[in-house]
Design a protein around this ligand. Sequence first.
Ligand code: SAM
Length: 294
Amino acid sequence: MNLTVREFEEIRNYIYRVSGIFVHDDFRQQTETRLAPLLKSSGANTYKGLISRLVYKNDIHLCDNVIQGITSEENYFFSDLPPFETFNDVILPKLAETIVSRKRKSHVRRGAKINIWSASASKGHEPYGIAMLINEFVESAKEMGVERNDFNILASDLSATSLAKAVAGEYSEAEVHHGINEERRGKFFIPSGGKWMTKSNIQDIVDFRKVNLTEPFTRLGGFDVIFCRNALEHFNEATQRSVLTQFTYMLTRTGFLVLDHHSNLNGFHDYYEQVEHNGSMVFHRRGNMEFSNI
Ligand SMILES: C[S@@+](CC[C@H](N)C(=O)[O-])C[C@H]1O[C@@H](n2cnc3c(N)ncnc32)[C@H](O)[C@@H]1O
């Protein structure tokens, strides 16, 4: 089924309105390819039917699937290794020092918590991947007195459908056999009726919430680390700047921002120093640069 220029424009306008994602003219063919499977699975059958369900019937589930179709490469655990390696090798040891120092200073235990935000968490591969690394780190650094519960991960996404899957923590054979070795499968998943369920050791430190990055979100509070991989690139420049402004405002003075290779700091370089590790796009907030520009 061909996606006509007019249908492409209607779908593109709709996607932009609900998510801030701007689909360029060059992506008409790709949009057609990516949305084609939805024609059948949703029962819309034609692009005209799809548009009618989206625009006139406000079908939220279909909307989520369209946005996933447009933005998603296939999701796997540790799909892009360098950011996770940098989190493990560089960020986690620094966070452990922060925890120790906060515990020393604070009489209130709660004050020591490290807050990590996975801002486009999709179906949960990213936040659970982070939680696996935290588990392994605290195991190997017991003598520092750092515990799993010193960490809290907020996993958010625009798509309620994706978040529901993340909350359920249920993954297919293929998903847990790609990127997860046998040892990790045993440590973090329980096989259940042909599926794999996340264990409480990773589930308990992740909270889920629907957040649209094109709407103001600073109310979520401060974070020590923000992951925003494979989402920013889909926004126009003004939206990217608005998102980065809020991230910079929300990060602690020594916080880390984890992006992907398609995204950049878009004029915020003064506030960050790139972490030189495995060529990952990880940035360390410069503690001496005040930011109140919000
Ligand atoms: C390709 S996935 C990224 C998943 C994960 N961060 C990774 O890199 O593996 C892109 C995600 O961005 C989400 N997204 C798109 N527009 C958004 C918006 N305006 N606010 C929040 N999330 C959005 C989509 O729903 C999708 O789950």
